[in-house]
Design a protein around this ligand. Structure first.
Ligand SMILES: *Cc1c(COP(=O)(O)O)cnc(C)c1O
Length: 384
């Protein structure tokens, strides 16, 4: 059976993978080497130096391409290193349109690293495609989408944005970290580049920092590979192995993340002390129809606001949680809670963050795969 015909849940295990050529090892060995013996100058077995390529990284890159329905995968030292490579496709004077509810680190690399090289960034509410269209001009070279957004769980219609991008011959990149290919496959919806912080759900065990890009087009892959090798922000063999191992259980983990996410969202929405719950699975979520259309399920990320919008109360809740760990990051097997106003969004002025909904009492949960009843009783005791 051709590997391309495998269904997603089989691709996570077999996609792009073959037993190792040397001894038939079922898992690719961790080729912890920088260089490779040559028989004559240039006489090697496909690998000459590990910045350019390493067999363990190749195994991960092939797996990434397979699960995202792409043709080429590239693994980087972090999600932001992967983004860095995408922006390096651009030249001074080029313009980028992105969402105003963007991962903080993405906003920082755009504004504080690349703006000074003459690249211009616009941040708009991307739930309305017309708002994106208004910002397009002849210099627009890239649209950068993140959906669901963080921490407000807005959903952007990838297919609609892709139509617009194609009409104007603009590259479309989608940060698929929150959804993972289990829930949505942006390349199938018309995106040119999929980006991941594999640190999150793909790795899935909070033990590694890795980034990834996947594309279909050979020429685009060549340009990105050139940057990966020339700038050098690659992913090492040990980290490649860990993410590869994580990917093999992505579908089972995601299924449970979604089930637990749903249970937690429903519990919170019925709680008398909770003002608002942000989860795209609710029928009254403003982008629910788009979420239903482009996602298989609604994921394990849930944000909520307590009544009275008290900063102190929110802090007290996250400190009282026992099964949920108070920590940055997301997407691991363990449940995490975060307080954006004092953690991820602390550097944004209060008035500014509140415009996008990041109020003092907002709490963000990355719902893990523990027993659902334990998660709910933990929230129950912490909210009081
Ligand atoms: C974490 C994250 C990133 C950055 O990835 P790193 O691996 O931390 O560099 C980018 N986008 C989203 C949505 C993230 O959650």
């Amino acid at each position: 059976m051709s590997e391309k015909k495998l269904r997603f849940n089989s691709k996570t295990i077999h996609g792009g993978q073959q037993p190792d050529k040397a001894y038939g090892a079922v898992m690719p060995p961790i080729y912890q080497t920088s260089t490779y013996a040559q028989t004559t100058p240039g006489g090697h077995k496909g690998y000459e130096y590990s910045r350019s390529a390493n067999p363990t990284r190749t195994a991960l890159e092939n797996a990434l391409a397979s699960i995202e329905n792409g043709s080429y995968g590239l693994a980087f030292g972090s999600g932001l290193a992967a983004m860095d490579a995408v922006i390096k496709l651009l030249s001074p004077g080029d313009e980028v349109i992105s969402t105003n509810d963007l991962y903080g680190g993405s906003y920082r690399i755009f504004r504080q690293i690349f703006e000074k090289y003459g690249i211009v960034f616009h941040f708009v509410g991307m739930q309305d495609v017309d708002v994106i269209a208004e910002k397009i001009n002849k210099n627009t070279k890239l649209i950068w989408v993140e959906t669901p957004t963080n921490p407000m769980m807005n959903i952007i219609d990838i297919k609609a944005v892709s139509k617009l991008a194609k009409k104007h011959e603009i590259l479309l990149a989608v940060d698929n970290t929150f959804a993972t290919p289990y829930l949505q496959q942006p390349l199938d919806l018309g995106a040119d580049i999929v980006m991941h912080s594999a640190t999150k759900y793909l790795g899935g065990h909070s033990d590694v920092v890795v980034g990834a890009l996947v594309v279909k087009d050979k020429e685009l892959a060549d340009r990105l590979y050139f940057i990966q090798n020339a700038s050098g922000a690659i992913c090492g063999p040990m980290d490649s192995f860990l993410v590869l191992r994580g990917i093999k259980t992505l579908h089972v983990r995601m299924q449970r993340h979604c089930e637990n996410g749903r249970a937690v969202a429903q519990f919170l929405s019925q709680h008398p002390k909770i003002e608002k719950v942000y989860w795209p699975g609710f029928e009254n979520h403003p982008n629910h129809e788009v979420a239903k259309k482009q996602m298989k399920d609604f994921g394990g990320m849930v944000s909520f606001v307590t009544k009275g919008n008290s900063y102190e109360n929110a802090i007290a809740i996250v400190e009282k949680l026992v099964v949920f760990t108070l920590a940055e990051s997301l997407g691991g097997v363990e449940s995490l809670a975060g307080h954006p106003a004092s953690m991820t969004h602390a550097s944004i002025p209060k008035a500014e963050r509140e415009k996008s909904g990041v109020v003092d009492a907002l709490i963000r949960l990355s719902v893990g795969i523990e027993d659902e009843a334990d998660l709910i009783s933990d929230l129950e005791q912490a909210i009081g």
